[in-house]
Design a protein around this ligand. Structure first.
Ligand code: AMP
Length: 256
């Protein structure tokens, strides 16, 4: 069923891509290992500033393990990156000595504020590859989280993954004063509504429950600074493309 659905999603996504041709190409040309065609088309649609977007690919878990064992990722160290001090401290406390290949590639670009399509297997350190530079950006530009909204929105396909990502942000952000909230279905929306009302720095959400909160007027995304879509390919497989579009349409155009 997914095999039937995917080309259709791709066609619809292509029709709706608003970005001009040359900009959209940048994403495809720099592709090292091609992701699923549907993922690529949707990424082109969702990335806010394709003219500066980059693709980083690190699909090999073996390469990741080798780099960590040898404590050498092409000579790139955490000290080279350089993340703000509270984030570096959290990295040390986590026991990470060497950045993984996806981290070495993605962290400097995200720190700079660029848009990114990252392609990496589970187990290659991809969560930290986006969480660390995002926390760095929050640390560098401290401001109150917007009421009824968030500074960073992370979309995840399942509640298990959303909970894991939330835990990682809390862990890596332990030396920063940041509020992290997770929002997913299957539990009462009350505590989620209360957290949103106060405003959160990092909101990790599954699309369906977030849309429920948006519909109820509890979640306003117009002040969101950074969007992450984790496991975008699985989001498409699960049929979330419409929800993703709806959510993305509420974000301000200048977001990362
Ligand atoms: P992920 O690919 O995000 O699921 O991460 C896989 C595992 O790698 C997690 O348990 C992380 O704690 C761990 N990890 C992430 N980055 C590093 C690193 N630079 N060094 C050692 N372990 C790491």
């Amino acid at each position: 069923r997914i095999a039937v659905q995917e080309p259709a999603i791709e066609v619809v996504a292509e029709e709706l891509v608003e970005t001009p041709e040359p900009a959209a190409k940048i994403v495809a040309e720099e592709m090292v290992e091609a992701p699923e065609p549907a993922t690529e088309a949707v990424a082109e649609e969702i990335i806010a500033r394709p003219e500066t977007a980059k693709v980083v690919a690190e699909t090999k878990i073996e390469e990741t393990n080798k780099a960590l064992e040898a404590k050498n990722t092409g000579g790139v160290t955490f000290a080279d990156l350089p993340l703000s001090v509270p984030v570096q401290e959290a990295v040390e406390k986590s026991g990470y000595e060497t950045p993984t290949p996806i981290q070495a590639k993605a962290i400097p670009l995200v720190m700079e504020g660029l848009d990114l399509l990252g392609i990496a297997q589970t187990g290659t350190g991809k969560t930290a590859a986006f969480a660390l530079p995002i926390l760095h950006r929050l640390a560098k530009d401290r401001r109150a989280a917007p009421r009824d909204g968030c500074r960073v929105l992370v979309l995840a396909p399942t509640r298990e993954l959303a909970a894991q990502i939330g835990a990682s942000f809390r862990d890596y952000g332990r030396h920063l004063r940041i509020e992290v909230a997770t929002i997913y279905g299957g539990v009462s929306p009350r505590a989620q509504r209360q957290a949103l009302a106060r405003g959160v720095d990092v909101l990790v959400a599954t699309p369906g429950r977030l849309i429920d909160h948006m519909g109820a007027g509890d979640a306003k995304l117009d002040k969101t600074e950074i969007l992450v879509i984790d496991e975008a390919d699985q989001m498409l497989d699960l049929g979330f493309v419409r929800d993703m579009r709806r959510i993305v349409s509420e974000l301000p155009p200048g977001r990362q």
